[in-house]
Write a protein that binds this ligand. Structure first.
Ligand SMILES: Cc1cc2nc3c(=O)[nH]c(=O)nc-3n(C[C@H](O)[C@H](O)[C@H](O)COP(=O)(O)OP(=O)(O)OC[C@H]3O[C@@H](n4cnc5c(N)ncnc54)[C@H](O)[C@@H]3O)c2cc1C
Length: 378
């Protein structure tokens, strides 16, 4: 059966889009080069977090977080979901003021946040060091295990009557006859549909070299199991401040208690890196920043470390919407370090746009055409 829409890439973004499109009545084919969820979706932290570097970012996060609540309700027991909340930790008075402002902004949007005094911190999280300036606790944030969720979404697609093709790489897109678009697979097969959604993460540029998605490397480490030692995802107020060393490495402590009792420790950001090899300098800096907040980590066993490439865009915002120069081609990519959090909002907005409906939140900040400034695509 010929699909109405083909989604290329079965990461958390493509899998979310495929389910949403199928639910909206479009016959959907999802094509994944390997297995759903095995790309960057398997390399990140899975923190579902309300970030608020801009009003638009907060809009996107809050819309998506509400959709995640529904998803979790509909999928009990799937994806190691824990409502850890986030504890944004301030190490000095300046950071505390910023943390208080964050709490005000989130509370104004009914995303509950409370300021924690330094003297109450040790009771809330005994592993934190003494002498911190305070914190903000955001109770609605949570933690999931993204590869399992993307895999489950791909199964849901099939249950809903959609098609899934795994282990098949799309090597090119072509304008087909009439208004259709064709995708060519490595094995020579070809599929056509009225719409093709490219959600291939960093693989997007192989198919569409004009799309400005680039890799932003991040390092993580994970400990052995220490159940009950940490309750919240602990994030330094340095996070997102982009304090960089000379070689462009930026590090901020971000420690997540996993459902297994393990601590997942991040994270770093670095552009211009060619491979995912673990850098001793970067992972050392990540661990040191975490130990500065949680000294007992120095005596815990770290059992593995790895690095992954976030699919970033030049302005830090994802691309969700029509390709400006290729009729029938749509983009859902460039989600950098927030792709798990914003996956469901992305899928909802992409589906609305593709069906010509009004989006639930303003789609203008995410329109791919913002990077083209009148330059024609190939
Ligand atoms: C260290 C780190 C920490 C992170 N922490 C968080 C966090 O706490 N919270 C959060 O929200 N986000 C986090 N992220 C970001 C998040 O993981 C990504 O934004 C998200 O996973 C991107 O999903 P994606 O589907 O776009 O990409 P991917 O998961 O890479 O999926 C793309 C898929 O497309 C397939 N593909 C590529 N090319 C082709 C082709 N030609 N044909 C067919 N298939 C193709 C690939 O095999 C892959 O499965 C983190 C990322 C990193 C690296």
């Amino acid at each position: 059966m010929q699909p109405d829409v083909i989604v290329v890439g079965g990461g958390i973004i493509g899998a979310s889009c495929a389910v949403s499109l199928q639910q909206a009545g479009m016959r959907t084919l999802l094509i994944e080069a390997a297995q759903p969820g095995c790309g960057i979706t398997a390399a990140g932290m899975g923190h579902l977090v309300a970030l608020d570097e801009s009003v638009q970012e907060l809009d996107l996060c809050l819309f998506s977080l509400k959709l995640w609540r529904d998803w979790v309700d509909q999928h009990p027991g799937i994806g190691q979901v824990v409502q850890t909340g986030t504890l944004w930790v301030a190490e000095n008075d300046a950071q505390l003021i910023e943390a208080q402002q964050r709490a005000e902004r989130l509370n104004q949007r009914q995303w509950q946040a409370e300021v924690i005094r330094p003297e109450d911190l040790s009771q809330l999280e005994p592993a934190l060091r003494q002498g911190l300036a305070g914190a903000v606790r955001v109770t609605g944030d949570s933690v999931v295990y993204p590869p399992v969720i993307a895999y489950r979404m791909a199964q849901d697609l099939v249950q809903l009557g959609g098609q899934l093709l795994c282990g098949q790489r799309v090597n090119s897109l072509r304008q087909g006859s009439g208004s259709s678009v064709s995708v060519m697979l490595d094995d020579g097969r070809q599929f056509s549909a009225q719409h093709v959604v490219v959600a291939a993460g960093l693989g997007t540029t192989t198919l569409l070299p004009e799309i400005p998605v680039f890799p932003r490397k991040g390092h993580l480490a994970i400990t052995d199991r220490y159940p009950g030692r940490l309750r919240h995802q602990i994030v330094s107020m340095d996070y997102g401040q982009h304090n960089m060393t000379e070689d462009g490495l930026s590090v901020a402590a971000n420690v997540q208690p996993r459902a297994t009792g393990q601590w997942l420790i991040g994270s770093s950001r670095q552009d211009g890196q060619l491979d995912t090899q673990v850098s001793p300098v970067a992972i050392g800096a990540v661990l040191q920043s975490a130990i500065r907040l949680l000294p007992c980590l120095a005596t815990m066993h770290v059992i593995r470390s790895w690095a992954g490439m976030r699919p970033a865009s030049p302005d830090g915002q994802p691309m969700i919407g029509a390709h400006p120069h290729r009729p029938g081609v749509w983009l859902a990519t460039g989600h950098e370090g927030l792709g798990v959090t914003t996956a469901l909002a992305t899928a909802d907005m992409l589906t609305s746009q593709l069906l010509g409906k009004t989006t639930a939140i303003d789609a203008a900040p995410y329109t791919p055409s913002r990077f083209f400034n009148g330059v024609t695509g190939r």
